[in-house]
Design a protein around this ligand. Structure first.
Ligand SMILES: Nc1nc2c(ncn2[C@@H]2O[C@H](COP(=O)(O)OP(=O)(O)OP(=O)(O)O)[C@@H](O)[C@H]2O)c(=O)[nH]1
Ligand SMILES: [Mg+2]
Length: 377
C-alpha cells in the first residue's frame, strides 16, 4: 500500500492532488484542517491536510520483491551494509505512522489462528508490560504488515516494533525554557501521585539549573501538611511561595509574581470520581491566563483507572501528560495507553522520591526501549 500526505488550500484541491498522483482508486484515510505556519498564518484560512492510500499494483510489488532479493544477494557478498537493510525494511513504517497513526483500525489480523511464534512472543510481552490488548494488537499487526515474521528476521521485527511504539509516543514537549513570556504551570491530578514532589523538582530545575526566577503558588489548603510540604521546598530552594484559599485569589497571586519567569501552581489531589472536586480545578484553571497544564498520573495506576482519570479531566482542552513513579511500576505500558487515549503530548517522567534529581524529560526512544527491552539482543 502506498500512503501519501497532501497539503492543499481546500478539500477540493487536495482531492485533485490525490487523484492526479494516486489515481482513481485512492482512498482517503484521513483529512483535517491545519494552521498555516508562522505568526501571520494564525489569521489566515487553515489549510487542508489529506492522507490517502492506494494499493500498489502487482507489477510494482513484484519489482520491490526482486529489489529486496537483489539486496539480500549483495548482502551475502558482504557489500551491502546490514544496517542499511534494516533501515530499508523499517523505514516505511515511520512514514506510514507519521501520517495516519489513528487510522489503522482496518489493519486487522487476517487469520488469528496462523500467528507466527514471534508474533505471540512480542504480543505477550507487550501485554505483560501493561499495554492494552487492542493497542498491542495494532502494533503487532502494523509490524506484521511491514516485516516478515520468520525467526531469522527477529532483529528487524524487534526494531520495527520499537519504532512503531516510538512513533505512537510522539515527540514529548517539556516546558520551553527559552521562552521570554511568563509561564503559568499548573499540575493537576489524582491524590498522592506526586504532584507536589514533581513541582519541587521542576522548581529546582528552573531556579537552580536554569537560573530562572520562579514563584510557587499552592491552592492545596485542604491539608495543613500540604502547605507545609511546599513551604519547606520553597525555603530550601529560596523561591517565594503564595498560598491561595479560593480559586479567584489565583489572579492576585499571579499578578504579585509578574516579575517571575515561571510560576508553578500546585493543586490539591482531587478524587477524579467527584464532580464537585473537579469543578474546583476547573474554576481555578479558568482564572489563569494561558495556563500550561500538566495532568500528573502515576505509572503504577491500572489501565481502568487511567481511563477513568483521563475521562474526568477531559474538560481541559490542552494539557500535557506527566508520569510519576516509573521506578515503582512493573511496566510502563500505561504511558503508551494514555498517549493513545488522549493524543496529548508527553512531557516529563519522574523516577524516584529524590528532589531535585528524579525527574527527566520524557524520551519516546527510551520508553520504547524499556517496553520492548531486551527481548532481542
Ligand atoms: N517512588 C516514587 N515516589 C514518588 C515519586 N514522586 C513522588 N513520590 C512519592 O509519592 C508520595 C506522594 O507525593 P506528593 O508529591 O505528596 O503527591 P501529591 O500528588 O502532591 O499528593 P496530594 O497533594 O495529596 O494529592 C510521596 O511519598 C513522594 O515522595 C516518584 O517518581 N517515585
Ligand atoms: Mg500535593
Amino acid at each position: 500500500m502506498k500512503v501519501k500526505r497532501y497539503i492543499a488550500k481546500d478539500a477540493q484541491e487536495a482531492m485533485l492532488k490525490v487523484k492526479a498522483e494516486l489515481g482513481a482508486n485512492a482512498v482517503i484515510l484521513h483529512s483535517r484542517k491545519i494552521k498555516r505556519p508562522g505568526f501571520l498564518g494564525f489569521f489566515k484560512k487553515p489549510l487542508i491536510e489529506m492522507v490517502a492510500a492506494v494499493e500498489q499494483d502487482e507489477k510494482e510489488k513484484e519489482k520491490k520483491f526482486n529489489m529486496s532479493k537483489e539486496k539480500k544477494h549483495i548482502n551475502n557478498q558482504g557489500e551491502f551494509n546490514k544496517i542499511d537493510e534494516l533501515k530499508h525494511q523499517v523505514g516505511n513504517i515511520e512514514n506510514l505512522l507519521n501520517n495516519f497513526i489513528h487510522k489503522i483500525d482496518d489493519v486487522q489480523q487476517k487469520d488469528e489462528t496462523k500467528r507466527p511464534v514471534l508474533f505471540d512472543k512480542y504480543y505477550n510481552h507487550l501485554i505483560e508490560n501493561n499495554i492494552e490488548k487492542s493497542i498491542a494488537e495494532k502494533i503487532m499487526n502494523i509490524a506484521r504488515k511491514q516485516v516478515s515474521f520468520s525467526s531469522e528476521n527477529e532483529e528487524v521485527i524487534h526494531k520495527a516494533i520499537k519504532i512503531i511504539i516510538r512513533e505512537y509516543l510522539g515527540n514529548p514537549q517539556s516546558i520551553n525554557e527559552e521562552s521570554n513570556s511568563q509561564k503559568n504551570i499548573v499540575l493537576v491530578g489524582p491524590t498522592g501521585v506526586g504532584k507536589t514532589t514533581t513541582l519541587a523538582k521542576l522548581a529546582a530545575r528552573f531556579a537552580i539549573g536554569k537560573n530562572k526566577s520562579v514563584g510557587l503558588i499552592t491552592a492545596d489548603t485542604y491539608r495543613i501538611a500540604a502547605v507545609e510540604q511546599l513551604r519547606t521546598y520553597s525555603e530550601i530552594l529560596d523561591v517565594p511561595i503564595k498560598v491561595i484559599y479560593e480559586p479567584e485569589e489565583i489572579q492576585e497571586a499571579i499578578e504579585a509574581f509578574k516579575d517571575k519567569d515561571i510560576i508553578l501552581i500546585d493543586t490539591a489531589g482531587r478524587n477524579h470520581r467527584s464532580a464537585e472536586q473537579l469543578e474546583e480545578v476547573k474554576k481555578l484553571i479558568n482564572y489563569i491566563d494561558d495556563p500550561d497544564i500538566f495532568l500528573v498520573m502515576s505509572a503504577t495506576t491500572g489501565y481502568k483507572d487511567i481511563i477513568s482519570i483521563i475521562n474526568s479531566y477531559n474538560f481541559i482542552e490542552n494539557y500535557h501528560l506527566l508520569f510519576t513513579k516509573l521506578d515503582e511500576a512493573n511496566g510502563v505500558g500505561n504511558i503508551l495507553n494514555a498517549k493513545i487515549l488522549t493524543n496529548k503530548n508527553l512531557s516529563y517522567v519522574t523516577t524516584g522520591q529524590s528532589v531535585p534529581d528524579d525527574i527527566e524529560n520524557a524520551n519516546s526512544e527510551k520508553i520504547a526501549n524499556i517496553i520492548v527491552g531486551e527481548l532481542y539482543e
